[in-house]
Design a protein around this ligand. Structure first.
Ligand SMILES: *Cc1c(COP(=O)(O)O)cnc(C)c1O
Length: 346
């Protein structure tokens, strides 16, 4: 059955699969604040295994996962080093400042990834005037840079510099499995030298809700207290975790299809008039491009909507399309056909 609407706005719009619905209906549950939900514990164990960490913690969202990770590893008044386009700096409502009393130190990068030299330069010296560096954050794949990825070795090189200065590293891996599938590397390689890692089951992996934070047992114990403080201590939440288990067991390998569809889309979009798109940056499931025509973004968004294709403007001159399991190759061709019609007179 062809899809009525082609929704390219985000992979968060993916609907749960029939297997997820089934698993949710049948899930064994208990009170997870009492640590008695066997399905949550299975998901956390599975996640920790995939990340090569001692323990995991199921949280409501990637935002909550990042927040508990930052706050558990810093003290008030410390500084958080991150990329200026990072999700934590731009889209998490300043939670690290409000809840953690941590100052952010945004660094501008080419592709979204801090180099070891940039981290070395950003780490503060011991001096009575300056804040102490509390944490370095890395994001992979990188959302605002259009799904760009870095190799595990790049994360390890940054971690070596941070650890050399006694500073821990958090990996915001909301879409870490997209990087893992694209580079054909196990997810645990990316997390190997990170002290904490967060990934979402609610994006391309298609579960309805949730993220998992992984790290040492001691870190997870602190993160668990913080999750409770934030109101994230949920009760029979195995109903949700059950979908996350299906996500990890059945939905990782198929991300390769999303990447192929993104490349197909990008190839077509790059050939349109007045569009600027860097094909080298289309590395996973996000296609980011700019429109070099006043009002062109609005024309494309409205013209697409009229053809039942939803796309998302991410600035006055930029559009982001995200591929996912509810978009197939025929949908990509339909979107390209629509874009060609709308831009014909450009
Ligand atoms: C989506 C996203 C998050 C936050 O996840 P939510 O579940 O939407 O809160 C964090 N980091 C990155 C890189 C993301 O893309």
């Amino acid at each position: 059955m062809p899809h009525d609407v082609v929704d390219l706005r985000s992979d968060t719009l993916t609907l749960p699969t029939p297997a997820m619905r089934e698993a949710m209906a049948r899930a064994d549950v208990g009170d997870d604040v009492w640590e008695e939900d066997p399905t949550v514990q299975r998901l956390e164990g599975l996640a920790a295994g995939l990340m090569g960490k001692q323990a995991g913690l199921f949280v409501a969202s990637g935002t909550m996962g990042n927040l508990v990770s930052v706050v558990a590893q810093t003290r008030p008044g410390q500084e958080l080093v991150l990329d200026a386009d990072s999700h934590i700096f731009n889209y998490e409502v300043a939670g690290s400042a409000v809840i953690g009393h941590v100052q952010t130190r945004p660094i501008t990068t080419e592709r979204g990834f801090l180099s070891p030299a940039q981290v070395a330069e950003a780490i503060r010296p011991r001096n009575i005037h300056v804040p102490a560096t509390g944490l370095v954050c890395v994001e992979n794949t990188h959302n605002r840079h259009g799904g760009t990825l870095c190799a595990p070795e790049e994360i390890s090189a940054v971690a070596a510099v941070a650890h050399g200065a006694g500073v821990p590293v958090h990996l915001d891996g909301a879409r870490l499995f997209n990087a893992a599938v694209a580079l054909k590397r196990p997810a645990r390689d990316f997390a190997a030298d990170a002290d904490s890692v967060t990934f979402c089951v609610s994006k391309g992996l298609a579960a309805p809700v949730g993220s998992v934070v992984c790290g040492t047992r001691d870190f997870i114990a602190r993160a668990r207290r913080l999750r409770k403080m934030l109101g994230g201590g949920m009760r029979q939440v195995g109903v949700l975790a059950a979908a996350g288990i299906v996500a990890l067991e059945q939905m990782i390998d198929r991300l390769a299809e999303d990447h192929a569809n993104a490349r197909r889309l990008a190839g077509g979009v790059a050939a349109l008039p007045r569009i600027r798109l860097d094909l080298a940056r289309v590395q996973t499931n996000i296609v980011l491009f700019s429109v070099d025509r006043p009002g062109g973004v609005e024309e494309l968004v409205a013209g697409s909507a009229a053809r039942k294709i939803k796309i998302h403007a991410v600035g006055p001159a930029s559009i982001r399309c995200v591929t996912h399991k509810d978009v197939d190759e025929a949908d990509i061709d339909r979107a390209l056909q629509a874009f060609a019609e709308i831009t014909r007179a450009w």
